[in-house]
Each structure stands twice: as C-alpha cells, then as structure tokens.
Design a protein around this ligand. Structure first.
Ligand SMILES: [Zn+2]
Length: 487
C-alpha cells in the first residue's frame, strides 16, 4: 500500500494544538540522499545550493538523522505531472525514486496555494510494523515569490523571504515531521523570526529516529531470561513513534563483538509470541510470529554490532491464549571462534587492556556454542589476553559459575566448583602463576550435565585475574560465558 503526503510552509498564521507532530512516517535508515545541485545565487551572493547544504548540516549536527549531499542536480518534478484537478494536494505520477530540490513555477504542474513558499512531496509505503516508510521526498520552492538569505526577523514576501529557514522547515518534512504548535519552532506552520532549529524541532526528529531507545531497554546476554508482557509495558507504537501497532513489547539489546550465528527463541504457556530482530537503526531484520504455534524463533548469522530483540505479541491474539503473560527468551549461538566478552569490570574500579573470551565446545574447539543437551560431552573454555602491564608478574586466576537459581559457585584448586560462602568471603584462587600473555582456562573438561545431576540448567561462567602486588583488585568480564543445557 502506498500513499502520498504533501507538506507546505505557509505565510498565513494558523496554529494547531500540539507541539512537534510525528506519526511514525520515517526513513527506515535514519538517513537519505539529497541532490543539492540546484542552480542560482541569492541576491546576497550565497548560492541556493550552499544554503540548502547548510540547512542539511544543521539537521545532521543536532539530530539522529543524517542528510547526505549528492552534488548533481535532480529535477524534483521528475516523474510527476499535473493531476486532473490541479488544485489538489498532490500531482500525478510516481516520481523517480530520487530526492531533488529546485525553484518551480508550479507544484510539478499543480498550483501553489495562496502564499505557499515551498512544498515537500513525500512518497511513502507501509511497513510490517504498521507505520510508514518514506521512499522519496522532493522539495519545490515557489519561483513566483521573492527569496534571499539572511538571519533575524522575517522581512515578508514583498521584501524577500529567507530561503534557509524555509529549507530547514521543508527538510523537517523530508525527515518525517509534521507541523508544531511551539511558537518558536522551525516546524510551526507559518514562517517566523526563528532561523535555527529549536529544541522542539530536535526533540521531534530524535523521537522519530530514537527507535528502540524510545522504550526501556534491557541487556540481552547469551543464555535465557524470563520476562512478562503486561499492561503498562511499552508498545510498538511508542517504539516506532507512530503507526497503528499498539501491541505490548519488551526491548532487549544484544551486543555482538564478532560475526555470530544467533538463535533466538521466545516460548510461553499463555502468550501469542512474536519475535522481532532489529539493527541499531531500528530497521527490522526479521519478524517471526511462530507460524501455527504459540512460540517463535529466529535463526540468523549476524555481523558484529548492536541489535534489538523485541519480545512482542499481537494486538489481538490470533492463535494462542493471550496478548499478555510470562515468556522465556533464550539466545543461543554458534561461532568458529571463542566469543569475545565485551564488557569488562573490576573489583576496585581499575581499568584493564585485557581481553576476555570464552565458549562451550563439543568438538575440542573446532567450533563454539552455548547450547548443549544433557547427555552431550562438552568443555567450557575461557581465554584471557593479559594486559601488557600485568604480564610476567606473579598473579592468580579465579573462576565463578552463576547458576540460574541465583547460587554462585567458585572453582577451588583441588575440589572443583564449591559454593561461595558469603558475599564477603574472598574468592578462592583457581590457579596461582606468573601471568603469561595469553592464559587459557579450562573451566569444565569432558563434562556431561546428566552425570552432574542436571537435565536442564542455565549457567554463566566468569573468569578473572589479578596480580599479587595488588591483591584486592580483580579484573573480569561482565557478560558471562553462557551454558544452556536442555534435556
Ligand atoms: Zn510545513
């Protein structure tokens, strides 16, 4: 489904009852290219093209949106013609897929309304989350009126209108903003003495492109988390800053340090599960609504970077019982190498250049994963690239296991994993040694979960090290090495 939007800057003062106005209509990539080669020079000597590019830069500097300039000229009316009723909002035709800007004597064949300074023609297509993606936007400035380039109070159409602030306003429409009721805003419906972007304009753009940060965001590590979709949670409509999808959503952020084959699953006894995977710009990579079942899953090889995983449901459940309720979200992976554990920390707040990595292998390190069955034999391996400042010094290595029931075990040099006695108890040292440049830590070797009494468990392992000359300090990674055992 496609639709056109027409957006105009007018002189006559009309105000409506809202601040910045957005409805989820936006560019999927938070950026677009504009052909800036419009000809001509203003009476004050600055070229129109230069002023247009300055206005684009002002949006770029202040918001999450990025305009890229293409130096060549593109006729904004390419692909359009006068419609059968030339006073209607939008000319006929389907455009050309490119964004052009120029002065024109008509709105691509249709009439400019009275006192209309400029018009932005926006071409959109509906997306899978119930809002609109912009595919093309062209700006036409009314050649029948007088323009110049200046700061300060507006001089009026007889004495020339300032081109730059009209360009700022029309570029706001290109971004996806409607009109604002904030009297100082560039996006107010009538031109005024404001000639730079105001907080209201910037807030509108950043809300529109804030993406998954428009909702509370929890961190997703490999392993399993329990969650609940319930009334009061964020909605897809809030997340996308518009559209029609009011279904509940929990938002998780997944950080990948390297290319990883990721498997996500959402299971629930009572919820019609929908999983959505997005990139850092909130572009949908994949949606799974579980086909005929209540559970949903996504399997995907992803490059290093930041992703959003949305635990979502339907506005009205279609196959299962509910549109709210508990769920389990599990993130598994396979990788040819140990995963680098990105987030580092220490007991005393010291920083380290050490690199921590780890993984679970069932084939002696040919590949790594976190999911094993209870009868599979596996090893858990950690690896520390020691900070150069700490190499060749007497030091120690510690290993901890965080169980899904909240208990913490620590690795004892002789007795294997033992319960950590209390919060204040010092952590037993697994190994004392002069630290090399790379320390490989065999956390578990030839383990079989069923033989250890577990048919199903989620464990996170942490590996850390310290140097004897600073015994209270321990450097370790925050994101655990994940092990998920299934029956
Ligand atoms: Zn406007």
């Amino acid at each position: 489904m496609r639709k056109w939007i027409v957006a105009a800057a007018i002189v006559a003062s009309t105000m409506s009852a809202y601040s910045y106005d957005i409805n989820g209509t936006r560019w999927p990539s938070a950026s677009t290219h504009i052909h800036t080669g419009m000809p001509g020079i203003s009476p004050s000597g600055v070229s129109w093209s230069q002023a247009l590019q300055s206005a684009m830069q002002e949006w770029n500097r202040n918001t999450l949106f990025t305009f890229d300039s293409i130096a060549s000229y593109r006729d904004p009316c390419a692909g359009y013609r006068s419609s059968s009723s030339p006073n209607s909002d939008f000319p006929a035709g389907n455009g050309d897929g490119l964004n052009g800007v120029d002065f024109t004597s008509s709105v691509c064949g249709n009439n400019y309304g009275a006192n209309v300074l400029a018009v932005t023609l926006v071409y959109t297509e509906s997306n899978r989350l119930g809002s609109w993606d912009i595919e093309e936007a062209d700006i036409v400035f009314n050649r029948n009126l007088v323009f110049d380039i200046y700061d300060g109070p507006i001089r009026g159409t007889t004495n020339a209108t300032d081109f730059t602030r009209v360009a700022l306003h029309e570029l706001g429409h290109v971004i996806g903003l409607g009109h604002s009721n904030s009297p100082q805003a560039i996006m107010r419906p009538s031109i005024g003495s404001t000639f730079t972007l105001q907080a209201d304009d910037i807030d509108g753009a950043n809300r529109l492109y804030g993406g998954f940060t428009n909702c509370p965001v929890a961190r997703l590590d490999f392993g399993s988390v329990s969650g609940q979709l319930q009334s009061g949670d964020c909605t897809v409509q809030t997340l996308m800053a518009g559209g029609t999808d009011t279904s509940l959503v929990d938002v998780y952020q997944l950080e990948l340090q390297q290319t990883t084959q990721v498997s996500l699953s959402m299971t629930s006894p009572s919820l019609d599960s929908v999983l959505v995977l997005m990139n850092s710009k909130s572009q949908v990579i994949e949606i799974d609504d579980g086909g005929q079942g209540c559970n949903s899953s996504i399997n995907r090889t992803l490059a290093a970077g930041t992703y959003a995983v949305l635990a979502n449901t339907f506005v009205s459940p279609t196959k299962c019982l509910g549109k709210s309720g508990p769920y389990q979200l599990t993130a598994s992976y396979q990788s040819s190498t140990l995963l680098t554990q990105g987030r580092k920390t220490s007991f005393l707040g010291g920083t380290t250049a050490a690199i921590f990595s780890g993984g679970v292998t069932i084939n002696n390190g040919q590949s790594y994963r976190n999911a094993v069955t209870s009868t599979q034999k596996f090893d858990v391996v950690g690896r520390i690239t020691i900070d150069p400042l700490h190499r060749n010094k007497p030091g120690f290595i510690v290993v901890a296991a965080l169980l899904d029931d909240g208990n913490i075990l620590v690795k004892h040099p002789l007795n294997g994993f033992v319960p950590l006695m209390s919060e204040s108890a010092s952590i037993p040292i697994a190994t004392s040694k002069v630290l090399g440049s790379i320390e490989t830590v065999d956390i578990l070797s030839n383990a079989v979960a069923a033989q250890m009494g577990f048919s199903q468990i989620t464990v996170g392992f942490l590996v850390g090290y310290g140097v004897n000359e600073n015994p209270g300090e321990l450097y370790f990674h925050e994101e655990p090495i994940s092990l998920v055992v299934t029956p």
